[in-house]
Design a protein around this ligand. Sequence first.
Ligand code: MG
Length: 393
Amino acid sequence: MFVSGGATILHADLDAFYASVEQRDDPALRGRPVIVGTGVVLAASYEAKACGVRTAMSGGQARRLCPRAVVVPPRMSAYTAASKAVFAVFRATTPLVEGLSIDEAFLDADGLRRPAVDVAVRLRREIAEEVGLPITVGVARTKFLAKVASGVAKPDGLLVVPPDGELEFLRPLPVRRLWGVGPATAAKLAGFGVRTVGDVADMPESTLASMLGPGAGRHLYALAHNRDPRPVRTGVRRRSIGAQRALGRRRRTAAELDVLLVGLVDRLGGRLRKARRVCRTVTLRLRFGDFARVTRSHTLAQATAETPMVLAAARGLLAAATPMIEDRGLTLIGLSLGNLHDDRAVQLVLPFDQARAVDEAVDGVRDRFGSSAITRGVLLGRDQGIAAPLPPD
Ligand SMILES: [Mg+2]
């Protein structure tokens, strides 16, 4: 047995991923605040974060906070290549790798000849040398705690939480560090004077359940005591799902296109929820009458599988392409949902969201009676308010 005594799970997370790739590839950007994304902020370097710039913030707000920041357009192909290189190092380290997103994975060092701490030190060094990017690693006995540890250790850090120091480490942390606690839940808990993980751990589970509901109460109570039995799962997980419709030559009205779009969102959202996953990126693919193609993506402020949020993003993308569509005619419309994550991280958004309740009801009926059993209002010509405004860019 090694000193890490059962703490074998690594959570490895690249720091300010897109921005770090930009700083790696352009020495002039090193040490300077860098914002990736000319509209919404897709990533901010730590120098920009120091001014208060955050991912998903509007470009205008980001520039006001950090006027000297260099704003660069995203280069997705460079990020994809870097991600592949990083995952190759992960897989050369251990066969037990569970990718969470383009820049983040769980690894299990169980069964390796070296202690997890050494594995983590070497992993960070290899990624720095072979890929040229900083990565933070948290090591602990559970997935939950490994992720908390990497969050605390960022940027460019390594933090090992030994099993006999788990509660001591967790107790002083703010409740926001608990997986699934968003601003709404944190505010609700603060209303009861519950601010730290220790506050949560000291309460009876029944009290938490009465504050947040039985599911959320049980979940939070378990996490506050570092109870998380989930193993690191390998297996290929899909990175995106998509669907498309060929349109032929007939010109479609904006209303007809909207109906098609709602149908695509509806179908993909159902598949996503069935897989208990959420997406961060909505991508619209269009082919025109002259065979030209365009792809437009929108990154959501938070991962979701909810129809209104996905649909609002898709509608925004389609609206932006309207002049091209009117010009050239549209022969194919496709939509894909990418940057997929497990649903757990967002299960606790409170209060229980009405949109999600509707989605779940729709999915339930479809599971029992088939996919044609239920059709969203707009498909029948009655848009029952499932549209939501696109978040400001
Ligand atoms: Mg990251």
